[in-house]
Write a protein that binds this ligand. Structure first.
Ligand code: XMP
Length: 513
């Protein structure tokens, strides 16, 4: 495995992404958690020093452990990683003085050649992405230059005898088009075979779960989403009926969704599953509530209460399983107010609290979202389940602005089902990040047949996005929207008007509340 020492770059996670794409297993650890002892225990086959916002001149500048240079394994330094490598090995780093570079730059080759650059420089120069104030001004003994840019004379450097490589730019970002090739060459030189597959991960994860849990009992809160589902199936494969899953049904799921989730897990996967139908409790507490934050707090609080109640009823479970993903557990290095470590807190299915006093089983902690989908496929979950659009924890409550009533939820479910059916029939589902209907808190007048109607309206929403942080409206044709409107109004009595929400994010959010 490969160790990435994080010096606080904004894009350290992308290094891990690029390596995973090459089927190389790697872990990111913050520099201040990596000392000589850690390094020896980790026994990496290669090391990457990430970039970072610090300057090697700063007091307490982040440094790699000395043993990194004596383990005899290849090292690749990126940006600050390059500077710190030169600084530690006897080179010189200098302050900007007009040589700072941010953004696009072009690197040209020198006479020297290196296997790191196989397949590079085919056009005589290569575009790279720079982001640095300091720069290396004298190489450490043993190093040579392989590429230069106008403001980074030592853009690509290496000491081939020790297999130390260092670049000033960021090969992991999209704007360094040949960056992936550089990583590929590096891991190949380090002897990685690219054999880290989902099959291998599955076997390894199962062994780890068995070792951690022993004869103990595990409970898992299933939400019906991909992450908790994959975690549950994997754990069940490892320890069988020592696992019990609890599906807290808050009564705010989509049409037939609870039945589908429950039957899939019980019948297809044979998983011991408690269907905690608490819809009356949730809907009762939500009665008359229209403030969005109050709704969210009520649902989050009740979820924890209900889950605890069922967990106690099972009795004697020492472990709580969660579908926590890698981006949620990476300790990011924060430099505000001095080197300190911020840990992003994870809120899984309702954010089950530490007060439950149970050990966590988190078999997806090392995976990115798309890797969880790949693992799900490996475990035999159908593509139609794995590729589902995200669905928020508070469910339909936040798609029903204003007061939530059983009548409105029923209309919303049926209109949403018609809308999604339309999207699937037109082959558009996989092009869209998220699509759903919301029911608006108003009635409007219409005419159907020869009669007057006074009924609810739905808003249809469909957005494209890569991470849910920003989003754009999906450009349906007028024909599609017209056909969908007709179907909803014909098939869902009680709805007489359909809007299409054209708001991007920002200024809107994806959900209505
Ligand atoms: P917003 O509405 O903030 O949504 O633009 C961004 C993404 O997050 C989802 N979302 C949630 N997911 N619990 C969740 O698990 C929540 O409370 C929650 N609120 C929003 C939303 O569906 C979209 O994908």
């Amino acid at each position: 495995r490969l160790l990435i020492i994080d010096f606080g770059s904004q894009v350290t996670q992308l290094i891990a992404r690029r390596l995973r794409e090459l089927n190389v297993y790697c872990e990111i650890h913050p520099f201040n958690k990596v000392d000589d002892a850690f390094l020896r225990a980790f026994a990496p086959k290669a090391i990457i020093f990430s970039g970072g916002p610090a300057s090697v001149f700063a007091e307490n500048a982040p440094m790699p452990p000395a043993a990194a240079f004596t383990l005899g394994v290849p090292i690749l330094g990126i940006c600050y990683g390059q500077q710190v490598m030169m600084h530690c090995l006897g080179g010189l780093v200098e302050r900007g003085h007009g040589t700072a570079e941010f953004g696009r730059a072009f690197v040209t080759p020198t006479e020297a050649t290196s296997p790191l650059l196989d397949g590079w420089f085919q056009a005589g120069r290569e575009q790279v992405w720079m982001s640095h104030g300091d720069h290396v001004s004298r190489l450490a003994p043993g190093f040579q230059v392989y590429g230069t840019s106008p403001n980074a004379p030592f853009a690509i450097t290496a000491d081939p005898s020790r297999h130390f490589y260092a670049v000033q730019f960021h090969p992991e970002v999209h704007h360094t088009p040949k960056g992936a090739k550089l990583y590929e060459n590096f891991v190949e030189m380090a002897g990685f075979k690219g054999d880290w597959t989902m099959g291998a991960y599955r076997a390894d994860a199962i062994a780890k779960i068995r070792a951690q849990v022993g004869k103990g009992r595990v409970i898992c809160a299933l939400s019906g989403g991909v992450d908790s589902s994959v975690a549950a199936i994997l754990i069940h494969e490892a320890i069988g009926d020592q696992l019990t899953c609890v599906y807290v049904d808050h009564g705010l799921m989509r049409l037939n969704e609870s039945e589908q989730v429950v039957s899939m897990f019980r019948e297809h996967y044979n998983l011991p599953l408690i269907h905690a139908d608490e819809s009356a409790l949730f809907l009762g507490k939500l009665e008359g509530v229209s403030d969005p934050e109050t709704k969210r707090k009520i649902i989050g609080g009740l979820f924890i209460e209900v889950f605890e109640k069922h967990a106690k009823a099972i009795g004697g479970a020492e472990f709580l399983a969660q579908g926590t993903l890698y981006p949620d557990v990476i300790e990011s290095v924060s430099f505000s107010g001095g080197p300190s470590v911020t840990i992003k807190s994870h809120h899984n299915v309702g954010g089950l609290p530490a007060r439950m006093n149970m050990q966590l089983v988190e078999p997806l902690r090392e995976l990115f979202k798309d890797e969880v989908r790949a693992l799900g496929r490996e475990l035999g979950l159908p593509q139609s389940f794995i590729g589902r659009h995200p669905f928020p924890g508070p469910g339909l409550a936040i798609r029903c602005p204003g007061e939530i009533t059983a009548e409105k939820l029923d209309l919303l479910r049926r209109a949403d089902a018609v809308y999604i059916d339309q999207i699937r029939k037109h082959g558009l589902y996989d092009e869209i990040w998220q699509a759903f209907a919301a029911i608006l808190p108003m009635k409007t007048v219409g005419v159907m047949g020869d009669g007057r109607t006074y009924d609810y309206a739905v808003a249809l929403r469909a957005v494209t996005s890569v991470d849910g942080m920003t989003a754009d409206t999906y450009p349906f044709s007028h024909e599609f929207l017209g056909e969908t409107m007709t179907r909803i109004i014909n098939e869902v009595p009680g709805i007489n008007r359909v809007f299409y929400d054209v708001t991007s994010k920002p200024p809107g959010t994806i959900e209505l509340e």
